[in-house]
Design a protein around this ligand. Structure first.
Ligand code: PBG
Length: 324
């Protein structure tokens, strides 16, 4: 036979020689959940192996990340109180602002990305201001801009708006420029779908909507061309990077975004994707390591330049140990 594709599969070495997709520690982003109070390191029940940290304890986690070679974190805050407009989100002494200042001073080499949204800070749990029972787009933009500026002032390197309001990238970009933050990058959650896969995160961040759902602002998972429209708008409005979220059920979207843009494409492998694997493995239904490698590799193969994943440390460990 002239062609025998199996020739290139005969040993692990030859397979790795011709492997088209390689995971790289530089591309991994690890999400961190910061809480108020002192001396808190508590495992998040819905995200086994991930923890809530208070600012004074996060050093242990950062030391581990640095040792593993992970260079970027995505910070979420769980505030001490919530109100109608989410005012703790832009407070100078807010949880994210404090965490960012601490991480910047103790580990200046770590890239700090902050999630910009209102849902964990509002008493109704929606990602914007409520007017007449609906999430009001335009009045929300000013608040998102305030949050972004306060994160930038605290020292965040990359601002990541996850709210899905229209025009937010332009509003935030203009706000940053006006305040002199000309070098802060924006990583937009551009194609963020109204997904059932966020369930474990909403437990972790106590951010489930109090009424209704998010389908009035997050995307319909039946649509892919619309994702390209969202991505295009965000780039025009000043985003430096775009994101597709979730990842695993949206590999086709990642590929289309990759093929139609010239900015870095991030994929967010969300809480539900992680928890499903963890829990299936715990129930003895699958080999966790094997499935994790397969899933994260597929996200990279689909075209993701950067991957936000709760598995970041496990992947980094495998790379360091020469398994990957
Ligand atoms: C905030 C936000 C959410 C996630 C990231 N930022 C939740 C949501 O939109 O309800 C989900 C991340 C995950 O599930 O891992 N808007």
């Amino acid at each position: 036979m002239l062609h025998r594709p199996r020739r290139l599969r005969t040993s692990k070495s030859i397979r790795s020689l011709v492997s088209e997709t390689n995971l790289n520690i530089n591309d991994l982003i690890y999400p961190l959940f910061m809480v108020t109070g002192e001396n808190v390191k508590e495992e998040i029940a819905s995200l086994p192996g991930c923890y809530h940290y208070s600012v004074d304890r996060v050093g242990e986690e950062l030391a581990e990340l640095v040792e593993l070679g992970i260079k970027a974190v995505l910070i979420f805050g769980i505030p001490e109180s919530r109100d109608q407009i989410g005012s703790r989100a832009w407070a100078e002494d807010g949880i994210v602002q404090k965490a960012v200042r601490e991480i910047k001073s103790s580990h200046p080499e770590i890239i700090i990305i902050t999630d910009i949204c209102l849902c964990a800070y509002t008493d109704h749990g929606h990602c914007g201001l409520i007017k007449e029972g609906r999430v009001d787009n335009d009045s929300t933009l000013e608040l998102l801009t305030r949050i972004a500026i306060s994160h930038a002032r605290a020292g965040a390197d990359i601002l990541a708006p996850s709210d899905m309001m229209d025009g937010r990238i332009r509003a935030i970009r203009n706000g940053l420029e006006k305040e002199g933050f000309t070098e802060k990058a924006i990583m937009s959650y551009s194609a963020k779908y109204a997904s059932g896969f966020y369930g474990p995160f909403r437990d972790a961040a106590h951010s489930a909507p109090g009424f209704g759902d998010r389908s009035g602002y997050q995307m319909d998972f039946a649509n892919s061309r619309e994702a390209l429209k969202e991505v295009k708008l965000d780039i025009e409005e000043g985003a430096d990077m775009v994101m597709v979220k979730p990842a695993l059920s949206y590999l086709d979207i990642i590929r289309q975004v990759k093929d139609n843009t010239n900015v870095p494409v991030t994929a967010y492998s969300v809480s539900g994707e992680y928890s499903m694997i963890k829990n299936a493995a715990r129930a003895g239904l699958c080999d966790e390591e094997r499935i994790m490698i397969e899933v994260i590799t597929s996200i990279k193969r689909a075209g993701a330049d950067l991957i936000i994943t709760y598995f970041a440390k496990d992947i980094a460990r495998l790379i360091l140990n020469g398994v990957l």
